[in-house]
Design a protein around this ligand. Structure first.
Ligand code: GLN
Length: 486
């Protein structure tokens, strides 16, 4: 196995044993980006000199005998929705073209403090709105398993970067599935932590009551490692929760005794690809083999979750995106106009079609006369969706099902049909509405060779058990060791 195919844990061991330096590792990934990214298009911005300098600093620190951080010398790619001091951050939008943040997001700060090497910024759906990265204002990222297919979205660049071995780790964000869905279709691991578990400071907001930051990794061990670095209270994010962060890596290999798995019938609804269903059912059998009990649970309000999400998320987006007015930063129209017309023209020129659609929907559902009918009603549905999970978790430790109804679809096949695109989130949005954590792990391939994801959901702040349960399956299978030929 070459350096670039290794996991972060393996790269740490190699460095500790003196078999590879941070500079050698970083050079290997930079070479992989040069070689593979012209095919995958995962990265929006890579500064080779800066990455090399970070790696050299880690090597020097090691030589000096100073204590190293938990991700020392491991490259990490960062979704372009997270502010990186001195490095362009565009949200893959024209409206933020040329924007260079004067500060780091807390998660970026934490990665630097852990001695990770920030290797580049990744492509995404504009403002994280989408499920395929086709909504990027710049280019579409490709699925490393089949470059005619989408890598998922909105964090498609971050998922493709890890799957294609252009980075061993990356950061994404998940508002309605944007970590778990691309992880599933790219054959890697992706976790959406409990709302409040990871700081949102410096994350450019899409829908603030749903957004969470989380990692993409090759396996569950690396995911636990990343969670130890990312999670924890941040006084700069008022929704960040002051709960102790368990040592996730310590308990990881202890299987959960007497595990009870809730299997909701609503997660095997019509529209699910039979190959996806078969792979998930086989994964559930593996758990049974390990002594777990499968329990039928019901999430009766989940058929309404998608509709509620596509009201709540656009409503919040329409408010969050009001700040892009062409005045403070980002794109300003060149056309001569008065103040109001300058706002309007800058926004029309700077925002893409999907973002404009969301702003229109959001403004509509919040407008007087309609707010009670749509927005307030959606909030009530959200409460019921949460209640469903509370009830389910009285009977089981985790809930399981497919992450996505189908494997990766062809680029262009849904881009003219927003409703068909929204349906890719059918199994992921309820987790965000409920604020609970969810993880997607690889559980097989379709006959066409495309990855399939298994989704695990757990009660709030129970990531520790969720990761242990994920590891139980992983330790009995080898899907996570497969790498595509790019
Ligand atoms: N695909 C969903 C949307 O378009 C979710 C996006 C996300 O999680 N950021 O809103």
């Amino acid at each position: 196995m070459s350096l670039i195919e290794k996991t972060a844990a393996e790269l740490l061991t190699l460095q500790a044993g003196g078999q590879a330096s941070a500079s050698e590792i970083t050079d290997a990934f930079l070479a992989a980006i040069r070689d593979r990214d012209p095919k995958v298009h995962a990265f929006q911005h890579v500064d080779e000199a800066d990455a090399k300098a970070q790696a050299a600093a880690v090597d020097a620190k090691r030589k000096s005998g100073a204590k190293l951080g938990p991700l020392a010398g491991v490259p990490v790619a960062v979704k372009d929705v997270l502010c990186t001091k001195g490095t362009p951050t565009t949200c893959s939008s024209k409206i933020l073209q040329g924007f260079v943040p004067p500060y780091d997001a807390t998660v970026v700060e934490r990665l630097r403090a852990a001695d990770a090497v920030l290797i580049g910024k990744t492509n995404m759906d504009e403002f994280a709105m989408g499920s395929s990265t086709e909504n990027s204002a710049y280019f579409t990222t490709r699925n490393p398993w089949d470059t005619d297919c989408i890598p998922g979205g909105s964090s498609g660049g971050s998922a493709a970067a890890v799957a294609a071995c252009e980075a061993p780790l990356s950061l994404g964000t998940d508002t309605g599935g944007s970590i778990r869905q691309p992880a599933a279709v790219c054959g890697i691991v992706g976790i959406k932590p409990t709302y409040g578990r990871v700081s949102r400071y410096g994350l450019i907001a899409f829908a603030s009551s749903l957004d969470q930051v989380g990692p993409f990794t090759h396996d569950v061990t690396d995911c636990a490692l990343m969670m130890e670095v990312l999670a924890g209270h941040d006084p700069r994010d008022s929704t960040s929760v002051n709960e102790p962060v368990p040592a996730y890596t310590q308990s990881l290999n202890t299987p959960v005794k007497g595990l009870k798995i809730g299997v909701p019938k609503e997660f095997f609804s019509e529209g699910i690809d039979p190959e996806v269903e078969a792979a998930v059912r086989t994964a559930l059998k593996e758990y049974e083999k390990q002594g777990a009990k499968l329990i039928d649970v019901s999430l009766p309000h989940s058929p309404y979750a998608l509709a509620a999400y596509y009201i709540v998320a656009p409503a919040e987006a329409s408010s969050n995106l009001a700040r892009y007015d062409g005045m403070h930063y980002g794109h300003r129209t060149k056309q001569k106009a008065d103040l109001i017309a300058t706002y309007a023209k800058s926004r029309s020129e700077g925002f893409g079609k999907e973002v404009q659609r969301r702003i229109l929907i959001g403004t509509y559902v919040l407008s007087s006369g309609y707010a009670n009918k749509y927005y307030v009603k959606a909030l009530k549905v959200r409460r019921l969706v949460k209640q469903d999970y509370d009830d389910a978790f009285k009977q089981c430790d985790v809930v399981m099902g497919p992450t996505t109804p189908t494997a990766a679809f062809k680029i262009g096949s849904k881009s003219d049909d927003p409703l068909a695109m929204y349906l890719s989130d059918i199994y992921t949005v309820s987790c965000n509405l409920a604020g609970i954590p969810g993880i997607s792990i690889p559980c097989g391939f379709t006959k066409a060779g495309l990855p399939i994801g298994l989704q695990l959901l757990s009660p709030p702040f129970d990531e520790e058990k969720m990761l242990r349960v994920a590891r139980m399956y992983e330790s009995a299978t080898d899907w996570h060791t497969r790498r595509p030929t790019v």
